[in-house]
Design a binder for this molecule. Structure first.
Ligand SMILES: [Zn+2]
Ligand SMILES: [Zn+2]
Length: 346
C-alpha cells in the first residue's frame, strides 16, 4: 500500500500526516515541445560524448531506457585524497581525472525514461550528494528536462543528499515533484530535510524544493503507469534498503544481504543492476564483486550491470575479467559507468 501525502486527493486515514500535506496548485506539465527542441539543441553535445556514443544514440522516443547518472560510491571517484597523495599510488583515481574516463563516478543513481500516452516520463531513483553534478553532466546531454518522480532507496547522504537541489526544477521547470519514500526514510527526512517536509518553517519569499511526499511500504506502487515493486534488502546489519523492480529490470544499489523472501521477486529478471563496491571482500554494508557474482549465479538474470563501485574497481581491468566469465560460464555481466544508456522493454 502506498500512502499518498500532499497530493490533491488526501485520504482521511492520513490525518496524522496533515502537517506535511502540501498544496499543489497545478499538475506537473512537462513541456513536451520544449523537450524535442532541447534534444535538437544538444545533439552536437551528445555526439561529443564518448559515453553517449558507446551507449547508442537515436533511441526511438517510444523506447524505454535506463540512464546511469552515477555509478560510484559515496565519496565519488576520483577521491580527492588519492589526488593529493604525493606518492600518486592510486591508478584508478589518476585515470578518473581524464575527461570521459569511465572510472569517473558520482553517487549511484539512475533515471528511468518511460514513454507515456502524453510523451515521456523521467523517473529518478535517488538524488545523492552529487546529484547536481550528475544532472549537470547528463540531463542537458540526454534532453532530460522534467522530473516526473523521485524514488528513494534509503536515507544515506549519497541517496538523499541532493534533495535540496530539486529546487531548480520546482522553481523553474514544474510546480512540484512527487517523491516516493519508504516510511523509515521519511522519518529521517523529517530531521535531515525538515524544511522540505514542513515548508511552514521556510522564510516567506524563500524558495525550496516543492516535494509531494508519498510513503511506500513493501507493496508495489505505480508511477507514470509503470509498476515499481520494492525489493527489500539488508544494507548493513539491521538496516534496510529498498531495491526496485520495474518491468524485468531489478535495481539493487545498496546491499549486504538479500533476504530469502526477496528472491522470488527477482525471478525472470532480464537486467539486474547490482551493488559491487570493491573487487575483493564485501564490507559490512555492501557486496564486493565475488559476492555480487555469487548472487548473479543464483538469480540468473539475462544481463547484469554492476554499480556503486569504489576506486579499487578499475573499469577496464574488471570488465576484462568479467568478459572471461562470459566465455567460461556464459555470465553476461559488466560494470556500468556514468552516462551509460541501456534500452529496456518495460
Ligand atoms: Zn583512488
Ligand atoms: Zn547507503
Amino acid at each position: 500500500m502506498v500512502q499518498f501525502l500532499g497530493t490533491l486527493r488526501p485520504s482521511p486515514s492520513l490525518s496524522s500526516f496533515a502537517t506535511y500535506k502540501r498544496q499543489v496548485y497545478s499538475p506537473i506539465t512537462a513541456p513536451r515541445n520544449g523537450f524535442l527542441s532541447f534534444r535538437r539543441m544538444f545533439k552536437a553535445y551528445i555526439q561529443s560524448s564518448s559515453a553517449a556514443t558507446d551507449a547508442g544514440l537515436g533511441l526511438p522516443s517510444e523506447q524505454s531506457e535506463v540512464i546511469f547518472i552515477g555509478t560510484g560510491t559515496s565519496e565519488g571517484i576520483p577521491r580527492v585524497s588519492c589526488l593529493t597523495n604525493p606518492l600518486k599510488t592510486c591508478e584508478v583515481c589518476l585515470k578518473a581525472v581524464e575527461p570521459g574516463n569511465k572510472n569517473r563516478r558520482l553517487n549511484t543513481s539512475i533515471v528511468v525514461r518511460h514513454p507515456t500516452s502524453s510523451g515521456s516520463s523521467n523517473i529518478l531513483i535517488d538524488a545523492g550528494k552529487f546529484f547536481y553534478h550528475s544532472a549537470l553532466r547528463w540531463f542537458p546531454a540526454y534532453g532530460i528536462r522534467t522530473l516526473d518522480a523521485v524514488i528513494i532507496t534509503h536515507s544515506h547522504a549519497d541517496a538523499i543528499g541532493g534533495l535540496d537541489d530539486l529546487r531548480d526544477w520546482t522553481n523553474n521547470v514544474q510546480s512540484s515533484i512527487p517523491i516516493y519514500v519508504p516510511e523509515r526514510d521519511f522519518e529521517v527526512m523529517k530531521k535531515t530535510h525538515y524544511y522540505l517536509v514542513d515548508t511552514s518553517v521556510v522564510q516567506p519569499g524563500a524558495a525550496v524544493s516543492e516535494l509531494q511526499f508519498n510513503i511506500i511500504h513493501e507493496d508495489p506502487f505505480s508511477v507514470s503507469d509503470l509498476k515499481f515493486t520494492p525489493l527489500p534488502v539488508w544494507h548493513g546489519h539491521g538496516y534496510r534498503s529498498f531495491g526496485y523492480r520495474f518491468g524485468n529490470v531489478c535495481y539493487i544499489s545498496d546491499v549486504s544481504e538479500i533476504p530469502e523472501e526477496t528472491y522470488p521477486l527477482l525471478r525472470d529478471c532480464e537486467l539486474l543492476i547490482m551493488d559491487a563496491l570493491r573487487p575483493d571482500r564485501s564490507s559490512a554494508t555492501h557486496f564486493a564483486l565475488p559476492r555480487a557474482l555469487e548472487e548473479v549465479r543464483k538469480i540468473r538474470p539475462k544481463r547484469t550491470l554492476f554499480t556503486g563501485m569504489m576506486h579499487l574497481m578499475d573499469h577496464e581491468k574488471v570488465n576484462d575479467y568479467l568478459m572471461k566469465l562470459k566465455e567460461t560460464e556464459g555470465l553476461d555481466a559488466q560494470l556500468s559507468y556514468d552516462g551509460l544508456r541501456v534500452p529496456t522493454a518495460l
